[in-house]
Design a protein around this ligand. Structure first.
Ligand SMILES: [Zn+2]
Length: 303
C-alpha cells in the first residue's frame, strides 16, 4: 500500500483496493479499510511513520474488500466509524453478503471467504447523502447506488472518494462484466457524476484521476456494451432462454472464468443486474416457464 498525496489534505493508499485518507489538524479520516488485517497494518504503520492522525473511518459500501480491515483497526485504535444506511446492517452482520449472493439460502462453506465476508464491525453513526461535518471538516456525501444498494461517495477538500461507482480501465478489462446489483441505477449514478462539479476522484480500484470525466464516460460505454451483448443473446433465442442459460451465454461471450462458486455467484448477480435494466426498458420480459425463470424478447411477451 503506497501512500500518495493528492493535495494539502487529501491522500490515498494505492493498492488492489484503494483506501482514502484525509487529514486536517488533529482529525484524520480513512475512507474504507481494505481487504484484511494485512492491508490495515500497512496503513497504520505508514500513518504512524508520517505522524499523521487517525480518528474516523468512513465506509463507502459493505463489500468485504472495502471493510475487511476495519475490525483489526477498531481493535487497535479508538476510531469513530460511519457507514451508509443499509450497508451498515451488512457491516454489523457480514454473513448477509454471502446469504444474498446465494439467493437467500444459508451459504456453503466455500462462499464464506474473506472476499465475500469480512469480520463484523461496530458502526457508531449511520450516514446518508448530504452535507455534514466531522469536527469542522465538511463532508459532501453523494448517493452512488447501483454497484451496491446504498453506496455513498465522500467529497472532502475537493477530492471525491468514489467507492466502486466506476472502475479504472484495467479493472474493467479484468472483470469484463463488472459487479453491480442494478445497471439502471449504475448508469444514473454515472450520469449524475458527470454533472458533479468536482472531477478529482479516487476510485476504489484503479488510479487517482485529476479529471475523472473521461473514465466515467468509458465506464458508461462499457456498461452499454454489456447491455447490447445481452440484448443480442436474448434476440438470438427465439423461444427465450432460462436465467441459467443467460448466465452461461454471457460468461461464454465475455470469456469469463467461473470455476469457483464464490466467483460465479458474483457474475450471476451482475448479469441479473443488467437483465433488470433490459426488463425496465421493455427489451426483455420475465416469466416462469418449464420451472425456470424464463427470459424472452419483449415482443414475445404473452399478453
Ligand atoms: Zn464493491
Amino acid at each position: 500500500m503506497k501512500l500518495i498525496r493528492i493535495n494539502h489534505h487529501c491522500y490515498y493508499f494505492q493498492g488492489a483496493v484503494n483506501i482514502g485518507y484525509v487529514c486536517d489538524g488533529e482529525v484524520g479520516i480513512l475512507i474504507d479499510a481494505g481487504l484484511d488485517q494485512g492491508a490495515m497494518r500497512k496503513v497504520l504503520n505508514q500513518l504512524d511513520q508520517e505522524r499523521l492522525p487517525l480518528t474516523h473511518l468512513l465506509i463507502t459500501h459493505a463489500h468485504a474488500d472495502h471493510y475487511g480491515g476495519a475490525a483489526y483497526l477498531q481493535n487497535k485504535r479508538n476510531i469513530y466509524t460511519m457507514a451508509p444506511v443499509l450497508e451498515e446492517a451488512i457491516l454489523r452482520n457480514p454473513v448477509l453478503e454471502p446469504i444474498y449472493l446465494f439467493q437467500g439460502n444459508w451459504p456453503t462453506l466455500d462462499m464464506r471467504n474473506k472476499f465475500l465476508e469480512g469480520e463484523a464491525i461496530r458502526i457508531d453513526e449511520v450516514v446518508s447523502e448530504g452535507v455534514w461535518d466531522i469536527q469542522g471538516i465538511q463532508i459532501n456525501s453523494i448517493a452512488l447506488p447501483g454497484h451496491s444498494y446504498y453506496q455513498l461517495g465522500y467529497q472532502i477538500h475537493d477530492v471525491l472518494y468514489a467507492g466502486d461507482a466506476f472502475f479504472g480501465r484495467e479493472t474493467l478489462q479484468k472483470h469484463k462484466i463488472p459487479y453491480l446489483v442494478d445497471a439502471d441505477q449504475t448508469l444514473q449514478t454515472l450520469k449524475c457524476l458527470l454533472e458533479w462539479p468536482v472531477k478529482r476522484a479516487v476510485p476504489g480500484h484503479g488510479a487517482y484521476e485529476e479529471d475523472a470525466e473521461e473514465l466515467i464516460r468509458q465506464n458508461i460505454a462499457w456498461h452499454q456494451r454489456v447491455l447490447e451483448s445481452m440484448e443480442d443473446v436474448i434476440k438470438n433465442a427465439p423461444d427465450g432462454l432460462s436465467h441459467e442459460q443467460l448466465v452461461r451465454e454471457m460468461c461464454t461471450r465475455w470469456e469469463i472464468e467461473t470455476s469457483r462458486l464464490s466467483s460465479w455467484v458474483l457474475y450471476r448477480t451482475a448479469i441479473t443486474g443488467y437483465l433488470l435494466k433490459l426488463v425496465k426498458d421493455e427489451k426483455a420480459v420475465l416469466s416462469i416457464q418449464r420451472h425456470a425463470l424464463w427470459i424472452a424478447p419483449y415482443e414475445k411477451r404473452t399478453v
